[in-house]
Design a protein around this ligand. Sequence first.
Ligand code: 2NL
Length: 333
Amino acid sequence: MLEKLHTLQAEAETAILETNDITALRDLKVKYLGKKGELTSILRGMGGLPAEERPQMGKVANEVRGVIESLLIDRETALEEAELEERLQLEKLDVTLPGISQEIGTAHPLNSMIEKIEDIFIGMGFGVAEGPEVETDQYNFEALNLPKEHPARDMQDSFYINPEMLLRTHTSSVQIRTLEAKKGEAPVRIICPGKVYRRDDDDATHSHQFTQIEGLVVDQNVSMSELNGVLFAFAQKMFGAGIEMRLRPSFFPFTEPSVEVDIYHPEKGWIEILGAGMVHPDVLARVGYDPEVYTGFAFGVGVERIAILKYDIDDIRQLYTNDLRFLDQFKSV
Ligand code: 2NL
């Protein structure tokens, strides 16, 4: 029996020291010291020993239990420490390292220019109206004094979907739709931003798709001097209070009289920024406004043109190709 106890102790010692995980170690505790464990089963055999040998055997058995118990505790402590050390190595975090900075995107210069122009006119009491990009030739041409035979309606100059429908060539169509919906009611003060399309060959100064903002005011007693005042306020807010502006006579089928508006650029001289005029009486009459009672003015701004001028951009295509080296320059705009 003594030999059995010593063999058990030696066997337990090897098993405990060889174990590398805590769960297995707990299993060993059950195996050697548990109620149904090996030590218990050896002690059961004590009943068959002569009475004088029992105390001695009991003492050895307790010593063996003590040795196994302390081996278990030491091994458990060692394994826990190793596990903690491993975790500390893996989760090592240097809070003094600089963070990984996240690039923050910004509005596209064309979108910020649209918003800038919208804000200026909203500040002068204009509302914003939008409408379809695919238009009937009724809204895009007929309503604006551009009848079938007009050279501006050449099939080669616009993108036709079918003989009656095309991609709008200006946002005037939205203004016509707004006037029609108002059924002769005044005042009307709107701007109409949006994409427009013309069959041009793309180059540094032309694009088959560009952005236009048209404005329209219709009321009683609307005059050319109010047009002048509104456009000068726009030019000042866009290019600075000291800007010089002039109107030049021009021609559009939908306005009479018509003007082209220039600003003075210190290096480039007089530069055209937009076209405008008093709404043609026939245009007003066709959408239900009596031209004897109501007058109006309208203007059309090319957004890219303004952006190119203000930011000194040398090629309109830079506004469409999304080269980050170009876009990054507008982070603060
Ligand atoms: C340009 C500048 C312009 C208009 C647009 C307009 C709209 C209505 C009635 C009359 Cl509903 N006119 N818009 C007027 C003058 C100029 O755009 O250079 N266009 C070719």
